[in-house]
Design a protein around this ligand. Structure first.
Ligand SMILES: C[S@@+](CC[C@H](N)C(=O)[O-])C[C@H]1O[C@@H](n2cnc3c(N)ncnc32)[C@H](O)[C@@H]1O
Length: 213
């Protein structure tokens, strides 16, 4: 989805950081071997995630929705030297692919993979986080917020992807469209919850930054 004319969008990308070589390789292999390759964050959003992580300089990071590991590697770029990145995905077929690229990066030893349903795994994580990236099944976004908010440190950041859902959030709602329904609920939740301050960025499919007060 282009929020600005495509030509201007290309200009924005051309004047932003280049995509690291390892991430170019990961993208190529994802497109060759994995279903739904468009799910990965990609060059521009990846550089945005990396920049936000470098600004936050988090010790511990939580990611919900690893897929092939692209966004995890971007977020890891800003992590503290003794920090950990915990990333959760329900699809076991992706595990070896993710590990291969995590180990090729500088952050292999600091990235911990969790396999299973994030709703079941998160309550068992005995950690608090400075940065949390939500990028899994949209229907569960409100539920994710409710189980992560107490695990987010004061001043910590939640990044939520796909919050504009290709513009469906402003179109008439199809009652069978549970994902759009959940995202509409989620966007109101973030705006109204007094524990966070929130800004929606019209980047790619919509990326929200919420900071815990
Ligand atoms: C959009 S992709 C993540 C893309 C990745 N963050 C990136 O930018 O490269 C969503 C991922 O969430 C995973 N997923 C879906 N439902 C899940 C759940 N309940 N718990 C954990 N992972 C889930 C899917 O298997 C898929 O790999």
């Amino acid at each position: 989805m282009h929020f600005i004319p495509e030509e201007l969008d290309n200009y924005v990308v051309a004047h932003s950081e280049d995509e690291p070589e390892l991430l170019q390789e990961l993208t190529r292999e994802t497109f060759q071997k994995i279903l739904q390759p468009r799910m990965l964050s990609g060059h521009y959003q990846g550089r945005v995630l990396s920049m936000i992580s470098k600004l936050v300089h988090p010790k511990n990071i939580l990611e919900i929705g690893t897929y092939t590991g692209y966004s995890a590697l971007c977020l890891a770029e800003g992590m503290q030297k003794d920090g950990e990145l915990h990333t959760i995905d329900i699809n076991e077929e992706l595990e070896d692919f993710q590990r291969k690229y995590f180990d090729k990066s500088l952050f292999g030893k600091q990235i911990i993979q969790h396999l299973g349903n994030a709703l079941e795994i998160i309550p068992k994580l005995d950690k608090t986080f400075d940065l949390i990236f939500i990028d899994a099944d949209k229907d569960n976004y409100p539920a994710y917020f409710k189980i992560i908010i107490d695990k987010l440190n004061t001043g910590g950041i939640i990044l939520s992807d796909n919050v504009l859902w290709s513009g469906k959030v402003i179109e008439p709602l199809n009652p069978d469209d549970t994902s759009t329904k959940a995202l509409l609920e989620y966007n109101i939740l973030l705006k109204e919850d007094k524990r966070v301050e929130t800004v929606v960025l019209p980047i790619r499919d919509g990326l929200t930054i919420s900071r815990k007060k």
